[in-house]
Design a protein around this ligand. Structure first.
Ligand code: AMP
Ligand code: GLY
Length: 426
């Protein structure tokens, strides 16, 4: 089969890496791909947002199956467009991707169907939002309704910060049309985890839980990023907690979407907070997490392709999905300045040596090939991902490999998965 992977980040490299191992994949194409994906697939420079260009590419190359990584093409209706043209694509439809594309929609859906989440109010008017903020008091969380590349959430410790956040989003329109509406949400305390599942709209199959590291610096300091590292399993999600998440969040969400005429197929991602009062949904994503996909896919046994096909074809109940007992850890190496502005085009040394370390795969995120050399091309440059008998061994392997890679200005967190190690008491 000819398979097309849409996207260019670490998540998409991990998807391509896993699909490359499928005996059923005869040809792998990535659009637009990156410097690492170019080593295992044919990269074609069609941007992930250009859904018409991707349709033309899929037709021209007679692609049999398309796997969509990022949210933008899902929200732009890639899966619907492909289906209308008789092409199979894995991912949420435009109507289903609303779950990620509108936090107000997601919040109302959870409310209508009794899915546990933080209390929140939605506003289209800045004055009303400010009045509510003053009445509610700090701390609280102000969120832009729409897609804002992970930056539309502002945690406000004081009233002044909250009022400023409302202005930033609604008046100064820091996130453009994503700020037409804001949510003002109760501040929750606890430990976070990412819970992902495959679904065909009916059957829901859990992936092992993972944990992301959103802040740029150690000890969760500094601004939010796309994610500086991730690991799986996440010990906060005990087997009993995973059952509860499936019973109270994942299955009810898929049922709710079906009942509301927006059948959900693809990957459902719930960002969860484990609070003293119980499990709460912070957000949904309509796709694999990045960097969560890297450790999670490394722990997947067997062939990914039949699972993705079964999601599209509505027969996920027929396909076994199995996981390795081993843990996996991903450490992201970022460009100097990230998550602010950063230089591009810097040569990267040591990639090959790092990739030779036992149990290690270096997933490229922001890289490109320039005259045959791999250079930096994004904020998150590579995700050094390692498997190990437990989190400790995976951490040691990932950092040993990361130590072999260098480029000007490179920085990374030194405390990926420390929370898991502390919980394990090792
Ligand atoms: P989101 O994009 O909604 O997941 O928000 C990004 C990050 O903001 C989350 O991963 C949490 O760390 C934090 N966050 C979001 N909502 C809340 C909340 N209600 N209480 C505390 N922290 C939150
Ligand atoms: N790592 C968080 C996300 O993919 O949204």
């Amino acid at each position: 089969m000819k398979v097309l992977v849409v996207g260019s980040g670490g998540r998409e490299h991990a998807l391509a890496w896993k699909l490359r191992q499928s005996p059923r994949v005869s040809e792998l194409i990535c659009a637009p791909g990156n410097g690492g994906m170019a080593g295992i697939a044919t990269c074609v420079p069609v941007p992930a947002e250009d859904v018409r260009g991707l349709l033309a590419l899929a037709r021209e190359r007679a692609v049999d199956f398309t796997v969509v990584g990022p949210e933008a093409p899902l929200s732009a209706g890639l899966v619907d467009l492909f289906a209308a043209n008789g092409l199979r694509a894995f991912g949420a439809s435009r109507a289903a991707a609303e779950l990620e594309g509108s936090k107000a929609f997601a919040k109302d859906l959870m409310r209508r169907h009794g899915i546990p989440t933080a209390a929140a109010s939605t506003f289209t008017d800045a004055a009303a939002a400010r009045a509510h903020v003053r009445a509610a008091g700090a701390p609280l969380v102000v969120k832009a309704d729409g897609l804002a590349a992970g930056k539309g959430v502002i945690i406000c410790r004081t009233l002044a910060e909250a009022e400023q956040a409302v202005d930033e989003i609604m008046v100064r329109r820091a996130f453009g049309a994503a700020g037409d509406r804001v949510l003002v949400e109760e501040f929750l305390e606890g430990e976070e985890a990412s819970f992902l599942a495959f679904t065909d709209g009916r059957t829901v199959v859990a992936m092992p839980a993972s944990q992301d590291h959103k802040r740029v610096f150690d000890e969760d300091q500094g601004p939010n990023t796309g994610g500086m590292g991730a690991y799986s399993p996440a010990p906060v999600v005990t087997p009993a907690a995973a059952d509860e998440v499936m019973r109270t969040v994942m299955v009810p969400t898929v049922r709710a979407m079906a009942a509301e005429g927006r059948p959900y197929r693809g990957v459902l991602y719930a960002g969860l907070m484990f609070t003293k009062a119980g499990i709460r949904v912070l957000e949904y994503n309509a796709r694999f997490g990045d960097p969560e996909a890297q450790p999670v896919l490394m722990r997947m046994k067997g062939d990914l392709l039949p699972v993705l096909e079964a999601c599209v074809d509505g027969r996920l109940d027929e396909v076994p999905v199995e996981w390795l007992e081993e843990a996996a850890v991903c450490v992201v190496l970022a460009s100097g300045g990230y998550p602010g502005s950063y230089p591009k085009g810097l040569p990267i040394a040591g990639l090959e040596a790092a990739g030779c370390e036992e149990g290690v795969v270096v997933f490229h995120a922001g890289t490109a090939l320039k005259e045959g050399r791999v250079v930096t091309a994004g904020g998150r440059v590579v995700g050094v991902t390692a498997r190990g008998s437990g989190v400790r061994q995976a951490v040691e392997r990932a950092y040993r490999a990361a130590g072999k890679i260098s480029f000007d200005g490179m920085h990374y967190r030194r405390d990926i998965a420390q929370r898991a190690l502390r919980r394990e008491g090792k």
